[in-house]
Design a protein around this ligand. Structure first.
Ligand code: ATP
Ligand code: MG
Length: 423
């Protein structure tokens, strides 16, 4: 084979695409009921947008970005996630002038130069949501509840919602010191990245995926014990309101996110059925980012879910088989011409109609009808043409109905059988 997709990238083909469409349309419906509007953002941005927000010492920025110079000598990066681009757009277009909360959602490909493995790709798709302008933890509870509803409507079960608070600029310095104190005499057990992070950004050590580092940081003080009063009250509010909305959750004090911009609420949804890449969705609050991007201080909260991790969890149970409403099987050239006109007329009535083109035997045409999951078949031969009558065979109900060779009769029969099937 001469050409293949790049490593870590994949084509999404039918019939899998119908699972993708199912997720996208279900998500779109849920977003609508919560007042989230769709936005579409560019796939690349100026590199510093990601460095500034995600953080210089994060794995994403240090190792995973697709960064290159364009022909004008600018450093551009294929977006590794959606929130930084979103906040850039939020500030650029003064979206903060609309009544709060302003709510948006997006979907599309993200790019990270990671080691490809099961459920981990270099181009992967996220659906994300962002709600801006409200600090109240009721909004945090609402968005987490919406995520639960969304995942449930898609057909996912057996999920664990883990939440924590990772504090704010006020509580971090104390925690930083406590953490450094804990790590101080264990440093030689950590990877060279973590040793560098010790001075630059010790909290990043908590997110390192190197097994030795995971082992060595066991027993480190949890940030949740160092929250300032404001963050503590906020976190209590989140827990209370999640319970009011019946969102079952566990508090995971060890939860850290791979991005520097989070403040206060952080959460992750995991599935028991994904092995080590168990996070299907994750998010949190980012109350300083708009400010840092040059906008008026504005709190925000958002999440993103990973399509590739959701698809395998629902694919088996979904059983979406799509086939045409009607498949015309003409025998002979004259019948084929008639079928061409009929299928076109059926489509103008909004039906998915197909005809067979290759003039093969009736038997092989019927085999094809089964293969493409056609719901109904009409054979048109010399006899049918002469009498202007035919038989519509319902492939699902295994029934046959005599009909005139005429679109309005076709439609009537299809509508009748749909009514019967739905009863
Ligand atoms: P992980 O811990 O798996 O590396 P992450 O913390 O880097 O995830 P986020 O940046 O929070 O992931 O992205 C949100 C979601 O996007 C993840 O929960 C996951 O479902 C999905 N995701 C992230 N990276 C990838 C990837 N390389 N391939 C497929 N899905 C991914
Ligand atoms: Mg990651």
């Amino acid at each position: 084979m001469r050409y293949r997709t790049l490593k870590g990238l994949q084509d999404i083909l039918p019939p899998d695409i119908s699972v993708w469409q199912h997720i996208e349309s279900t998500a779109g419906n849920i977003f609508r009921t919560y007042g989230y509007q769709e936005i579409r953002l560019p796939i690349m941005e100026s590199t510093d947008i990601f460095i500034r927000s995600i953080g210089e010492t994060s794995d994403i920025v240090e190792k995973e970005m697709y960064t290159f110079q364009d022909k004008g000598g600018r450093s551009v990066t294929l977006r590794p996630e959606g929130t930084a681009s979103f906040v850039r757009a939020y500030v650029q277009h003064h979206l903060y002038n609309n009544p709060a909360p302003q709510k948006f959602y997006y979907s599309g490909p993200m790019f990270r130069y990671e080691r490809p493995q099961a459920y981990r790709y270099r181009q992967f798709y996220q659906i994300g949501a962002e709600a801006m302008g409200i600090e109240d933890p009721k909004l945090d509870a609402e968005i987490i509840s919406m995520l639960g509803r969304l995942l449930h409507s898609i057909g996912l079960e057996g999920l664990n919602f883990q939440i924590t608070s990772i504090g704010c600029k006020k509580c971090r310095p104390d925690y930083r010191e406590a953490l450094k104190q804990f790590l101080k005499d264990k440093l030689e057990n950590f990877c060279s990245d973590c040793q560098r992070r010790y001075d630059l950004n010790p909290m990043r050590i908590l997110d390192c995926k190197v097994p030795g580092c995971i082992e060595s940081r066991k027993g480190s003080p949890p940030l949740i014990d160092y929250l300032c009063d404001e963050c503590e009250v906020h976190f209590d509010g989140l827990k209370k309101n999640l319970s009011k909305l019946h969102v079952s959750h566990t508090i995971n004090p060890n939860l850290v996110r791979g991005l520097d911009y989070y403040t206060k609420t952080a959460f992750e949804v995991t599935s028991d059925n994904l092995g080590s890449q168990s996070a299907v969705a994750a998010g949190g609050r980012y109350d300083s980012m708009v400010d840092e991007f040059g906008g008026p201080p504005t709190p925000g909260i958002g999440f993103a879910l990973g399509m590739e991790r959701i698809i395998p969890l629902i694919k088996e149970s979904l059983n979406i088989t799509e086939g045409p409403e009607i498949f015309l099987c003409p025998i002979g050239e004259k019948a084929a011409e008639k079928a061409l006109v009929l299928t076109e007329q059926l489509r103008s009535e909004g039906l998915w109609a197909e005809m067979n083109f290759d003039g093969t035997s009736l038997r092989s045409q019927m085999r094809k009808a089964n293969k493409i999951a056609a719901k109904r078949v009409v054979v048109i031969g010399d006899d049918e043409l002469e009498k202007n009558k035919a038989v519509m065979k319902n492939m699902v109900e295994k029934e046959e109905v005599a009909i005139g060779l005429d679109v309005s009769e076709f439609i009537k029969t299809i509508q009748n059988s749909d009514v019967n099937t739905h009863n």
